[in-house]
Ligand binder design. Structure first.
Ligand code: COA
Length: 144
């Protein structure tokens, strides 16, 4: 579990749901529900952006994705939201957890326990990122 500073206290980091998606006809499979590959594409991009922002390096790559649990199937017109939270800062890696849910009903759509991204140098080789905990852009800006 990853902790963030909150005054004097250290509290477990909460998952934040930043990105919302509107399920459109082009996102559907032949069963008229959201195509799983489309959802994974959205999640991979969301996790990459999260890693880039946390590690402050635009060069990160997807290394490992654990079991993907598709819980319920969204339908056309549903609004879904993607949540990501960092669970472990390694030397060159960042491990995250993901949950996708229906924005309005909060029904769970998918969970992924472990997504590992690796911080790489310009040659694509693993490089230490030097980060140990979640930081927020607004806090970084206040400090600078
Ligand atoms: C990512 C890549 C550079 C890592 O190279 P590597 O030789 O495996 O590097 P390492 O063995 O030093 O591991 C790097 C980190 O990944 C972690 N890691 C490696 N394999 C892992 C696995 N199967 N599961 C979880 N973490 C893993 C290591 O623990 C290490 O983390 P740490 O430094 O925080 O301890 C290389 O595997 C690669 O280029 N893969 C292709 C990436 C890609 O194309 N992704 C899709 C498009 S973005």
């Amino acid at each position: 579990m990853c902790y963030r500073r909150f005054g004097q206290y250290m509290e477990p980091s909460e998952m934040r749901f930043h990105t919302r998606k509107w399920v459109k006809p082009e996102d559907l499979n032949p069963n008229q529900t959201l195509f799983g590959g489309r959802l994974l594409q959205w999640i991979d991009e969301e996790a990459a952006l999260y890693a880039i922002i946390q590690l402050e390096n635009p060069h990160v790559v997807t290394k490992f994705i654990s079991e993907i649990n598709f819980i319920t199937a969204p339908r056309q017109g549903d609004i879904i939201e993607i949540g990501i939270v960092a669970t472990h800062f390694g030397t060159t890696s960042l491990t995250m957890r993901c949950e996708v849910r229906n924005k309005l009903t909060r029904e769970s759509i998918l969970t992924i326990d472990k997504m590992v991204f690796v911080n790489v140098d310009i040659n694509g080789k693993p490089a230490p990122h030097g980060k140990t905990q979640i930081t927020y852009v607004e806090d970084r800006r206040k400090k600078s």
